[in-house]
Design a protein around this ligand. Sequence first.
Ligand code: FMN
Length: 171
Amino acid sequence: MEFYDVIQERHSCRSFLEKEVENEKLRRILGAVLQAPSAGNLQAYRIYVVRSREAREGIARAALDQQFIAKAPIVLVFCADKSRSEMRYGQRGMELYALQDATIAAAYAQLAARAEGICSVWVGAFEPLEVSYQVNTESSEVPVAIVPLGYSEKKPEQTPRRPFGEVVKEV
Ligand SMILES: Cc1cc2nc3c(=O)[nH]c(=O)nc-3n(C[C@H](O)[C@H](O)[C@H](O)COP(=O)(O)O)c2cc1C
């Protein structure tokens, strides 16, 4: 798929078929994620790949009961590894870079998924401690984004955007 088509055709998906995501597709998606830029190339994040129904249901509950999460065959949990960035960059690494690294990684995952014909949605509304419990994070890791992946049950809706000139300002 052409790059700009990927961008145009990525829309949030909140209803998933039971169909599994092929392992080779998931592998390519995660491979693309690892190519994302990161502060000092530290890749201060960890990605948990959640397949078990029990854990997906737990994550859905931890995310304000957004049940579509449990319906996706794969749920990715992107965690910032604060210690990893702090070791080189101190407070700024801990408070900012690790979060940015994990955030960029999650954005790459959504685009790579789209290029593979897989739908996704970014879920940010969740209780971090409960999500940590579900995936058993290390103590320095903080969940920053949940990205369910799967085949869409229906064509995802297109959402509007603010006008270009309102968002972009030449100085
Ligand atoms: C930081 C962040 C948090 C979000 N949290 C949620 C969420 O908890 N639940 C949800 O259904 N969508 C969530 N979304 C998805 C947005 O609603 C969606 O990206 C936005 O409406 C634009 O639609 P589109 O993704 O189809 O372009 C979140 C997106 C971002 C970037």
